[in-house]
Design a protein around this ligand. Structure first.
Ligand code: ADP
Ligand code: ASP
Ligand code: MG
Length: 409
């Protein structure tokens, strides 16, 4: 059975007009595949009545008095509403459909509510539905915990639901429908020159998601890669071919020759600098025990610089005082990451970054690099200027010339 998974995000599901485009995409997929499984997010974004953030805002200041299990019960309803409404709309146009909660669709998680890990996926019920000619509409972002309760998979988790069901059903591909044409060279909300990439590797998109690009959940990329299923990012509201996410080797030569593929940003970073001596092992171990994860770190004999999430400031500061550290905190920083598998072994990439930023008078507070990423910490107020400068320095607005991956579309 040739199966496709189609996942529709919040903006696609927001209102009846948006969902009329969703219905068209499903109808078309039904003519091309033996089975279509649909995964949906909650309708709309903040202020839409059933969006996840709106549901959470109902709790006002009472969030801390509720258990995470109860918070999940609330958050999970957004996707359930979406699934039932879409199922009704499909049936109205003569398509046999049925709505399922994530748990009923076979996604089993641990009991770590609000950020549950998926332990297994049993797609038997969905397979039966498909064999009976039914199009299942699955509530994304959720599964059933070991103790039988609704558990959510972490924000943006509907993408993960789609990839997991794709793996369990051995789907031909997983399509992620959203409000942009595909994976772009950077967030179009930050840089008007961003362009849509034809193709990109799993690793590059994973790095983008890990570096703050909200367009897809990083675990969804991991699952699709492990299952060898192409992920296609598409626009619900256009007929653009979208971006194919595949193995790097499937990209064409032009794509492989670009040193940088995309730029991603993570804001609300706090840089901490400690001068003089410190019991490093004890300090960093205690920081980790308190749940503070370190982003970029550089250690010199008389200086350490590291960045953490701004919201962990109080915990870090308490510890810094305990260790009598001579420290300075720099708030409101943003980490800008340049991503590209093609940068490996290419000399001069860092020099181009430094030139591009310094020409605009942007101070680099810290850097970090890996095989396929280079990150710079800057003041958040410089973010848009920096993204634009880097976009231009690497001619990213021409990147779509080298998409590739179309083989799999
Ligand atoms: P959905 O509700 O469909 O899941 P998301 O808001 O999670 O949508 O993701 C889509 C958004 O991701 C876009 O509107 C865009 O602003 C943002 N985004 C961030 N970085 C990128 C990027 N590199 N390419 C495309 N979109 C991006
Ligand atoms: N509705 C959930 C969220 O806003 C899950 C998702 O959209 O993927 O995080
Ligand atoms: Mg999303």
């Amino acid at each position: 059975m040739k199966i496709i998974i189609q996942k529709f995000g919040g903006t696609s599901m927001a209102d009846e007009n948006g969902r009329s485009f969703v219905l068209e995409k499903i109808k078309k997929a039904k003519t091309m595949f033996d089975g279509v499984v649909v995964v949906v997010s909650a309708m709309g974004r903040m202020n839409s009545p059933y969006a996840t953030d709106t549901l959470l805002s109902l709790l006002k200041d009472n969030k801390d008095s509720l258990s995470k299990r109860e918070i999940d019960l609330l958050m999970g309803t957004g996707e359930i509403i979406s699934a039932v409404v879409l199922s009704g709309e499909l049936q109205k146009i003569g398509i046999a459909a049925e709505a399922y909660s994530g748990g009923r669709a076979g996604i089993i998680t641990d009991n770590n509510y609000t950020g549950a890990e998926v332990l297994s996926v049993d797609a038997t019920i969905l397979r039966q539905a498909l064999e009976n000619g039914i199009t299942p509409i699955v509530a994304g972002f959720q599964g059933r915990s070991l103790e039988g309760e609704l558990a959510t998979l972490g924000r943006g988790g509907s993408d993960l639901s789609a990839a997991l069901l794709g793996e369990a059903l051995e789907a031909e591909k997983v399509e992620i429908y959203t409000d942009v044409d595909g994976i772009m060279t950077t967030d179009p909300k930050l840089c008007a020159e961003a362009v849509t990439l034809e193709g990109i590797s799993y690793n590059e998109v994973f790095q983008m998601a890990d570096s703050g690009a909200k367009v897809i959940h990083k675990k969804a990329v991991e699952v699709a890669r492990r299952a060898g299923i192409p992920l296609i990012i598409k626009n619900t509201f256009s007929s653009h071919a979208g971006t194919a996410i595949t193995e790097y080797r499937y990209l064409n030569q032009i794509a492989k020759s670009r040193p940088i593929t995309a730029v991603a940003c993570r804001s609300e970073r706090l840089q901490c600098r400690i001068e003089g001596r410190l019991d490093d092992t004890a300090f960093f171990e205690e920081l980790a025990e308190k749940g503070v994860s370190i982003d970029i770190i550089n250690v010199f004999p008389d200086l350490r610089a590291f960045t953490i999430d701004q919201e962990k400031k109080a915990i870090a500061e308490e510890l810094l005082r305990k260790y009598q550290a001579d420290y300075t905190l720099i708030e409101n920083c943003t980490k800008i990451t340049l991503i590209g598998e093609g940068m490996t072994g290419v000399p001069g990439v860092m020099a181009r970054i430094i030139t591009a930023l310094s020409q605009k008078g942007i101070l680099i507070l810290q850097t970090a690099d890996s095989l396929s990423t280079i990150a710079c910490l800057i003041a958040s107020q410089d973010t848009a200027k920096a993204v634009e400068a880097l976009h231009q320095a690497f001619a990213l607005n021409y990147s779509n010339l080298g998409g590739g991956g179309t083989l799999l579309l």
